[in-house]
Design a protein around this ligand. Structure first.
Ligand SMILES: *[C@@H]1O[C@H](CO)[C@@H](O)[C@H](O)[C@H]1NC(C)=O
Ligand SMILES: *[C@@H]1O[C@H](CO)[C@@H](O)[C@H](O)[C@H]1NC(C)=O
Ligand SMILES: *[C@@H]1O[C@H](CO)[C@@H](O)[C@H](O)[C@H]1NC(C)=O
Length: 911
């Protein structure tokens, strides 16, 4: 049996009236709602003045009444889908009634501005509710019916509350605005409704999607550090506007964020789903902001995304707009099913009415719970719109617990604030004009609203009438598993929990968000790339180090050879200290090669820094040691050259060798100290190539000699000058024939080193940026410099020593007479006379009998000058005069027969 609507209402009202008499009235909250409802219903004298119905009672008293027409979806009324909706709209209607009660009685418990309103404002509020049914046609039908009602007789609304879906609000707001009725929606978020030309009297207590975009972008950019975002959106009014809002918000709040968009039509086919997901995948981005509708799209897209590997793989993060309802996540899934894995760790951002812990919001929820008493329930029940054909009205009393548990749906608090906003605006508008106002005046007052409602600060955009983003609250829901998987069960329930809240302009963490992989660390926003580190590499490193080892072995061997032969003339006459210094210098430079082969592949950055700072020390100190030996020697020979009295032997004092070494060492050490202290070289890894996503793909780690230029120039200058002086001196002294042709060898060594150094300095600048090449250059330079020093200085001596051995034997065979040993050195015919002025015992200076128990005693060790240029000149002059004499003698001889000796001279000459 179905009752017609008036009968039903009548019965209910009678029931309420009776119930009111018998029950304790303190339990009832909505005390006056019914009173003003019946006042309007039972009135016979009603005058419509602008937006107000003026009701004249029997006692001639008048009451201005503002009718609020609520149009929200109680049932889905779209053809073919008719069903009861459980989205909090029944509870929202209760909230409207509570708000009307508070407005009518001036109860400021929840909103301070309402306190005493009944004293200040004569206007009372009524409610009529209609089912918009999520259906544009149904809603437009209601609006047209309502605005065409007969004023003064039928209830003409003074404002509309609603609707829910933006797609429904858009046509209804077009008509209501056109007819001069303000329409305030608690929950329509499409940015399209922000157009004041199409919807001049539309307002809302919820921010639009472009408003929600701001916290969304702030969250992604500031909280998760996302720089690459792909937006996948449905191309309808909602999706287009939302995606546009995200782009605009990113432009403003995250200008460095790269955004790609992939759109798809509302009506999807498997091909569209596959293609869309493929395009999302092609961006390679890991963060997806998806604007879709839960029932129409979610399962198809997320299954496909899982199959294509861009969801549920632990690396991707999906964020949804509020068009994906939480119920789509809060389901029971088969463990390991694509939807289970893809849904886990997802998030959803939405404007929210209240945030846990907010006093005012909690008070509102409590006030709603207070409606849970038989009288109020009966009253609520009485206002429900008629259910569609074939459906029974819901019975709140049957399950009060379920009903009142849903008062936390966002729409409930938003519609409460919407009602309060309309009420306050009506009283404001009416206050200026004996309680009367038209729609435009009401809307203008609505724009001016600024009150602290149950959803926070209510301020509206002065142009669009939309809730200002900063005055609204947002929350981020995170989809997590309800409880750990139970052993033996193969299903798991997911739930959405608030992980972050945006209470007043910035995000605050509630609980750490859990990502798809179960961790709380945001995945990188791009696939990781293998960076080419440009390490030196083991092959080159080992080759370089082997060359260093070769230097070590050579220097140690040669030092030992020197030590062993320290008393042999071949060593003694070149000063062992000179040889030791060269060995030590080369050894230290060899250590430098080891250092140069260390990079962050095998050592920590701290170690690399130390190595970088120390390398110049090894190279410079090693060089100074080796070079100053050569230099000291050259200087001595040169001094001898300039010595006024031709002496065939000079002794090199140790101080002569050390003075230039000390001088050079001091200068270089001071420079190095200053360098290390003021611009310490450190190891730097620099990125020099990026891919199209801006990810680094190539880097190199090098010692950064920033600020080293002045020091390097200073040291280089000192080296250059000293080498130049050494070469010039040695060149000057080249005519001084020194035993073992040392002068020539020193010149040869220095010139070789200069050549090598120049070549490698050029190479250095050409290959500056490649660590491996740099290492090769350093290792090869040091190796060649060290080896040319060692070889050119030592080999002749070693060879000479063996040769002398042979020669001595030969000489002994010829009767041990002192003779000349002619050695061929690179074309230079060096005569070694074996003259030694310091030897007293007449024994050969070239003593290399290793078995000699007591080696030859010598007062001094030193080079032996074989021929002094001045002596040579002297001899030349002597030779000339002798020749002259001889020629004269020959001329005289032509007159008499030659003596025997003269004949032999002649025959000698002709040979
Ligand atoms: C004011 O409203 C609150 C919340 O609905 C209610 O608890 C309280 O009883 C009301 N006060 C009066 C005086 O009606
Ligand atoms: C509401 O706005 C006022 C100023 O308009 C401000 O002082 C107050 O702090 C705001 N309250 C909240 C909760 O944002
Ligand atoms: C914003 O919220 C935080 C914490 O909820 C609070 O400490 C702060 O005072 C609030 N700011 C404003 C302006 O209300």
């Amino acid at each position: 049996m179905t009752l017609s609507r008036p009968t039903c209402s009548y019965l209910l009202i009678s029931f309420v009236a009776i119930a009111k008499c018998f029950s304790a009235s303190d339990a009832q909250i909505l005390n006056t709602f019914e009173e003003f409802h019946s006042l309007r219903n039972g009135a016979t004298d009603i005058t419509r003045v602008q937006s107000i119905d003026v009701v004249k009672a029997a006692d001639e008293s008048t009451t201005p009444i503002c009718n609020l027409a609520m149009m929200m979806p109680f049932f889905d009324l779209r053809p073919g889908r008719i069903r009861l909706l459980e989205n909090g709209v029944f509870q929202a209607m209760a909230a409207v009634m509570l708000a009307i009660e508070h407005l009518n009685t001036g109860n400021g418990t929840l909103v301070a501005e309402v306190e005493g309103l009944d004293q200040r404002c004569p206007i009372k509020f009524n409610l009529e509710s209609f089912d918009s049914g999520l259906y544009e046609v149904e809603t437009v039908n209601h609006v047209i019916t309502l605005v065409s009602r007969q004023p003064g007789i039928e209830r003409v609304p003074c404002a509309f509350l609603g609707a829910a879906r933006s797609a429904v609000s858009i046509p209804s707001a077009t008509i209501s605005s056109l007819k001069g009725f303000p329409q305030i929606s608690p929950i329509s978020t499409s940015s399209k409704l922000d157009n004041p030309r199409s919807f001049p009297l539309f307002g809302r207590t919820i921010p639009s999607d472009s408003g929600t975009s701001v916290p969304a972008i702030l969250y992604l950019r500031n909280k998760l550090g996302v720089k690459n975002l792909v937006i996948m959106y449905v191309t309808d009014a909602y999706g287009d506007a939302y995606a546009q809002g995200l782009r605009k918000a990113a432009e403003k709040y995250a200008p460095d964020m790269k955004i790609q968009t992939v759109e798809f039509p509302f009506e999807i086919t498997p091909e569209i789903v596959t293609r869309t997901v493929k395009r999302v995948k092609e961006t390679k981005y890991h963060y997806v902001f998806s604007i879709m509708f839960s029932t129409a799209h979610y399962d198809a897209f997320m299954t496909e995304a899982y199959d294509q590997g861009i969801a549920g793989d632990g690396d991707h993060f999906w964020m949804f707009s509020d068009s994906v309802s939480t119920s789509i996540f809060e389901r029971t899934f088969e463990i390991g099913s694509p939807l289970h894995l893809a849904s886990k760790g997802c998030s959803r951002i939405s404007a929210v009415a209240g945030i846990e812990g907010d006093e005012r919001y909690d008070a509102f929820i409590q006030s709603m719970a207070d409606l849970n008493n038989p009288n109020d329930i009966a009253l609520l029940q009485s206002v429900h719109p008629q259910p569609p054909e074939g459906f029974d009205p819901i019975q709140i009393a049957d399950d009060t617990q379920t009903f009142f548990a849903k008062t936390n749906a966002a729409v409930v608090a938003f519609i409460y604030d919407a009602t309060i906003a309309l009420g306050l605006s009506a009283c404001q508008a009416g206050g200026q004009n004996e309680a009367f106002f038209d729609g435009q005046q009401l809307y203008d007052e609505f724009l001016k609203c600024d009150f602290l409602g149950v959803t926070g600060n209510n301020t509206y955009d002065q142009v669009t009438g939309t809730r200002v983003t900063e005055s609204a609250r947002f929350s981020l829901l995170n989809v997590v598993e309800e409880e750990p998987e139970i052993e033996g069960e193969n299903t798991v329930r997911l739930k959405a929990v608030v992980s972050d809240a945006f209470p007043n302009g910035s995000w605050e963490e509630v609980v750490p968000i859990r990502f798809n992989d179960g961790s709380t660390i945001p995945p990188p926003d791009l696939p990781p790339v293998e960076m080419d580190m440009n390490y030196i590499g083991w092959a080159l490193r080992l080759t370089g180090w082997l060359s260093a080892v070769f230097i070590f072995i050579s220097t140690i061997y040669l030092a030992m050879w020197t030590y062993k032969n320290r008393n042999k003339s071949v060593v003694l006459q070149t000063q062992p200290i000179f040889l030791y210094l060269i060995c030590a210098g080369c050894f230290i430079m060899g250590i430098g090669i080891f250092g140069a082969g260390i990079d962050d592949e095998i050592a920590s950055p701290a170690v690399c820094n130390v190595v970088c700072a120390m390398s110049p020390w090894f190279f410079c100190i090693g060089w100074v040691l080796a070079f100053s030996a050569l230099y000291g020697k050259t200087a001595c020979i040169n001094r001898f050259f300039h010595y006024p009295v031709p002496e065939l032997k000079i002794k090199i004092q140790k101080i002569d060798l050390f003075a230039p070494a000390l001088g050079l060492m001091t200068i270089v050490t001071i420079t190095l100290l200053a360098w290390t202290a003021r611009a310490p070289p450190d190891f730097k890894r620099t990125i020099y190539e990026w891919n199209s996503f801006g990810q680094p793909t190539k880097s190199r780690g090098l010692c950064a000699y920033d600020g080293a230029v002045p020091y390097a120039i200073a040291i280089g200058f000192v080296f250059l000058i000293s080498v130049e002086i050494a070469i010039r001196r040695a060149y000057e002294a080249r005519k001084v024939a020194v035993e073992f042709a040392e002068t020539e060898y020193i010149v040869l060594t220095l010139v070789t080193i200069c050549g090598i150094a120049m070549f490698f300095i050029l190479l250095w600048f050409l290959l500056d940026h490649d660590p491996a090449a740099r290492f090769v250059v350093i290792a090869a330079l040091i190796f060649l410099v060290s080896m040319s020093m060692l070889l050119l200085i030592f080999i002749p001596k070693i060879r000479f020593k063996t040769q002398v051995k042979r020669q001595t034997k030969e000489n002994t065979a010829f009767g041990g007479s002192e003779g000349r040993i002619n050695m061929q050195h690179g074309g230079a015919n060096v005569a070694i006379t074996g003259l030694d002025f310091s030897t007293n015992n007449g024994q050969s200076t070239i003593d290399d009998d290793p078995d000699a128990a007591e080696p030859t005693k010598r007062e001094s060790a030193g080079m032996i000058v074989l021929a002094h240029p001045k002596e040579v000149d002297m001899l030349k002059g002597e030779f000339k005069s002798l020749k002259k004499e001889y020629d004269e003698l020959r001329r005289n001889k032509s007159n008499r027969p030659a003596t025997k000796s003269e004949r032999s001279l002649d025959s000698n000459k002709s040979e």
